[in-house]
Design a protein around this ligand. Structure first.
Ligand SMILES: [Zn+2]
Length: 406
């Protein structure tokens, strides 16, 4: 099967995950894709195939050489985003894209236009797979799955190509931030791995945010407003003061690249009590700690102006930048970079303004940078994937497998 045939098959499974579910996988439909892949692995003749009780699927491509080289893994996720339906996806191939608007759905007037998505223009002359405008495509991350399966199939049927033992894994629930939680790193048994879950051709990512969530709780004192002078403490107004003391320019809407931020994600308040919810993000660990210290200092400052314990701050650490794990092992990045150059692709290393499963896996002992899968405009009806990008990802995986050295 070609990478395109595989991709079209995998997107026919609706594997939307559900953040309100308490089980793993969060939706039973993810099992169906996992079981289909398990059967394909068996047909391919892979070894140590295991599908555990939470739909984590792993398998081994045995070594073709006696040379002792590190065991390396490739990982992709089964689920698609809860943001948009993945049911009854009707993919369509646009051949030799001409650089103009693509009408996805005539009846509903849904158009994929380079005016809104200029990245389309990087793929003029290529064949693109698009949606019919009513669902997402699921290239995130079924392109990744198709690419890994195609590369492994190729290596399996070319035993004359020398390579070490390769492991592959497909996990559920990445889109709801749970893909790495139950990932059995020990069982996977790799020295390092790559998630094939990036976007545009050439992407290579190993820096993500350090992340925490902060909740600011404010206690007020309600008194009849007619008799409130020097008595009332309005929690909502104190919340306003807290917000005003954080720098306006350090918000998501005013930052990019390596710039971190304080992001007010929610607020609620009465006179009696008010709550502010923030997420804090920064690539730089030191600056990240400083941001948390700023929140602490603001809390203390307000507690000096008002009765003690008027403001309380709760900080929950979320994830950390994998750079500190990956960078000291530069060969992991160099190998991916070299594999791309050999495939005629210019590697594009950019910091991720978010987190990845790879970050969590890195801190669980499996350094895990992210490589492009080729899809663009993830999580919505405008998602598309250039076929050439998928083919190049297959090449990159094969090149990595071939060049792992002691
Ligand atoms: Zn993804």
């Amino acid at each position: 099967m070609t990478v395109v045939e595989r991709f079209l098959k995998y997107v026919s499974f609706d594997t939307q995950s559900d953040e309100n579910s308490a089980t793993t996988p969060s939706t039973p439909s993810q099992w169906l894709l996992a079981e289909c892949l398990e059967a394909e692995m068996e047909a391919m003749g892979l070894e140590d195939i295991s599908l555990d009780e939470h739909a984590y699927l792993m398998a081994t491509l045995p070594a073709t050489t006696d040379e002792k080289v590190p065991v390396v893994g490739f990982i992709a996720h089964l689920d698609t985003s809860p943001d948009m339906s993945g049911e009854n996806v009707k993919p369509r191939i646009v051949s030799n894209y001409d650089g103009k608007d693509i009408v996805l759905n005539k009846a509903e007037k849904i158009v994929l236009s380079p005016n809104l998505f200029p990245e389309l223009l990087h793929h003029v002359g290529e064949d693109l797979i698009v949606t019919d405008g009513t669902t997402l495509l699921g290239a995130d991350d079924k392109a990744g799955i198709a690419e890994i399966m195609t590369a492994i199939d190729y290596l399996k049927s070319h035993p004359e190509i020398p390579h070490g033992k390769i492991r592959i894994a497909f996990n559920p629930d990445e889109e709801i931030g749970c893909g790495a939680h139950l990932f059995d790193v020990k069982k996977f048994g790799c020295e390092w791995a790559y998630t094939i879950d990036g976007s545009e051709l050439g992407e290579l990512e190993y820096e993500n945010f350090n992340a925490a969530a902060a909740t600011v709780c404010i206690k007020g004192l309600n008194v009849h407003p007619g008799y409130a002078k020097d008595k009332m403490l309005n929690a909502s107004l104190i919340a306003r003061d807290f917000i005003a003391m954080l720098p306006d320019e350090e918000t998501p809407a005013n930052t990019s690249g390596y710039e971190g931020f304080y992001h007010l994600t929610g607020m609620s308040g009465t006179v009696e009590e008010a709550t502010l919810s923030y997420i804090i993000r920064d690539h730089d660990a030191k600056k990240f700690e400083q941001r948390l210290a700023v929140l602490q200092a603001l809390t203390e400052k307000l507690n000096k102006n008002y009765p003690a314990d008027t403001v309380t701050l709760h900080i929950k650490q979320q994830y950390r930048n994998m750079r500190e794990i990956v960078e000291p092992q530069k060969h992991i990045i160099d190998l991916a970079r070299q594999a791309m150059l050999e495939a005629g692709i210019t590697p594009v290393v950019r910091p991720i303004r978010g987190g990845t499963d790879g970050a969590q896996l890195s801190f669980k002992g499996l350094p895990c940078p992210n490589i492009f899968a080729g899809g663009l405009n993830f999580h919505g009806r405008y998602e598309f994937v250039p076929i050439r990008s998928m083919e190049k990802a297959v090449e990159v995986i094969i090149n990595i497998a071939k060049s792992i050295k002691k």
